[in-house]
Design a protein around this ligand. Structure first.
Ligand code: DQA
Length: 142
């Protein structure tokens, strides 16, 4: 079994980017922790981060073609306006769980709406990096 951990724009800066909001742990640490968590359940975790919309879409298509069992996806700000990413999720036959580190509902108005939620299997918001772990457990049990 294989899951894809997909992170969108600016998440490469985790740990240094607005640490009051996103915490002080790095993307590298998150990815290593998730790989370990996966290994404990004999699930391989493929990790990918990009600041580019098209690269994220290509990766979603690959996940569909490779019949990956699930995607844990933080699309960053694309969440709020990328219909192309929404369509890519709708196009593949793979469950996608949307994760946001911060509580987007307690922040600026433009972060309150997700254009991708309707095509995801579920959404986890505001629980810090723990949200990625919760998404892993949810996908594992689907
Ligand atoms: C985010 C929330 C988005 O609004 C923001 O643009 C991000 C990160 C989060 O994880 O809380 O880049 O997805």
């Amino acid at each position: 079994k294989k899951f894809l951990l997909l992170n969108g724009p600016n998440l490469n800066l985790l740990g240094q980017r607005e640490p009051g909001i996103y915490g002080s742990e790095t993307l590298e640490l998150l990815e290593n922790n998730m790989k370990h968590l996966g290994a404990s359940a004999e699930i391989e975790i493929d990790c990918f981060q990009s600041n580019h919309e098209g690269a994220l879409i290509d990766k979603l298509h690959d996940a569909g073609a490779q019949k990956i069992s699930g995607v844990i996806f933080n699309p960053g700000a694309f969440t709020h306006y990328s219909y192309a990413i929404r369509d890519a999720i709708a196009a593949i036959n793979v469950p996608v769980i949307e994760v946001h580190i911060s509580n987007v509902h307690a922040r600026e108005e433009f972060r309150h709406h997700s254009v991708i939620s309707a095509v995801t299997r579920g959404q986890i918001v505001g629980l810090g990096l723990k949200g990625y772990e919760l998404a892993f457990h949810a996908l594992k049990d689907l």
